[in-house]
Design a protein around this ligand. Structure first.
Ligand code: SAH
Length: 345
């Protein structure tokens, strides 16, 4: 079965011709899928029954309804747990900002990267998501919210650049002018720093915002938190970011989870200032979300204090709102809880 939401209009048109249908049908179907966001082919009222039958035989249409919904009491963040067609789960988070909703999607089931503060990879890696499975998370969130997302961030479970081809295909589908027509300027891709893929992404000049999960400014500290740093160290990563800015003209954003006693001392601030002060970039501080397996903790006060040190050193810094900490909004925590509960049953 072909995953229909993974196809651009051109690709769908090829498939429609292969099943002996007229080309204009592809455009009609594409609009139903990406503008009206149907859940089943049978909802397409101007498509003949015989064609709907053919579509059902040839294609799978991913359409998610939440298995569980977690609404934060502290803010407007909502987290959805969606079951995929093979019974695996992913998490999708909807955050409400003044300019509209932003949808945070997962790109893999599990993760191989093993960052010490992150829940996504603790139970290992299961599989990549297809482009359509990423698109379907956005459409499910948009259907529930009854509005189109103003922004999309690839910051849920998984490492998008470890699922590079599907991530790029996803960007092509979501920005297809005949369909959802999302401006890629409103899409952020977050990576732990898979350097060769940063160069590949830069060459594509997609217009997305690149976010780098930095979390430490020296190799010794970063390798302790993020094993990927043993393969691609900070200097290789920063060089790739410089090239990204040069090729795309897009300012890179650095994510830094503030962890008390680990990466928020004055020395840490000085090292970060030294690393980034000549760069055209932005630093986003996030108080670390505690997960069960670690003693890592932090709070808004630590993040604000660290921000002050960095701002004094001339960096451009914001503290991210700690959206939905009461609903385990940090990546992967919910899927794990669900798996544990399922095991107990
Ligand atoms: N793999 C990608 C995207 C997923 S993680 C990446 O590494 O960027 C999205 C962001 O949340 C990353 O910056 C990640 O480092 C951060 N993150 C993960 N777990 C966290 C936690 N417990 N507290 C705070 N930030 C966390």
């Amino acid at each position: 079965m072909l995953d229909i939401l993974s196809l651009t209009l051109d690709e769908l048109t090829e498939q429609i011709i292969l099943i002996d249908e007229l080309k204009y049908r592809a455009k009609q179907i594409f609009t139903w899928l990406h503008v009206k966001k149907i859940s089943e082919f049978s909802e397409m009222t101007d498509i003949p029954k015989a064609l709907i039958k053919k579509l059902n035989e040839k294609f799978i249409l991913h359409s998610y309804k939440p298995t569980e919904i977690f609404q934060s009491f502290r803010d407007n963040t909502v987290k959805y747990l969606f079951m995929l067609s093979d019974g695996e789960y992913v998490e999708t988070v909807v955050m409400r900002y003044k300019r509209g909703i932003s949808v945070c999607v997962s790109t893999q089931v599990g993760c191989k990267m093993g960052c010490k503060f992150c829940a996504s990879g603790i139970a290992g890696f299961i599989r990549n998501l297809s482009p359509g499975e990423i698109v379907a998370q956005i459409y499910a969130a948009e259907r529930i919210s009854a509005e189109n997302a103003a922004g999309v961030v690839l910051m849920g479970i998984g490492e998008p650049l470890d699922n590079f081809d599907n991530t790029v295909r996803f960007l092509n589908v979501i920005s297809d002018k005949a369909g959802r027509n999302m401006s890629l300027r409103h899409v952020s891709v977050s990576t732990c720093g898979i350097v060769p893929k940063i160069y590949s992404l830069a060459e594509l000049k997609t217009g997305i915002t690149l976010s780098i999960s930095l979390h430490a400014a020296t190799d010794i500290k970063r390798s302790k938190l993020m094993p990927v740093n043993d393969v691609y160290n900070i200097s290789a990563l920063i060089k790739a970011c410089d090239e990204y800015l040069k090729l795309t003209g897009r300012r890179v954003s650095f994510e830094y989870s503030v962890i008390d006693g680990e990466n928020n001392s004055r020395e840490d601030a000085d090292a970060l200032i030294k690393l980034l002060k000549t760069k055209n970039c932005h630093v986003n501080l996030i108080p670390v979300n505690s997960i069960r397996e670690t003693t890592f903790h932090s709070g808004k006060k630590s993040a604000e204090a660290f921000k002050l040190l960095l701002t004094k050193g001339g960096l451009n810094v914001t503290v991210r709102r700690t959206l939905g900490t009461d609903i385990d909004a940090a990546c992967g925590q919910l899927r794990r809880t669900k798996k544990d509960t399922a095991k107990v049953k």
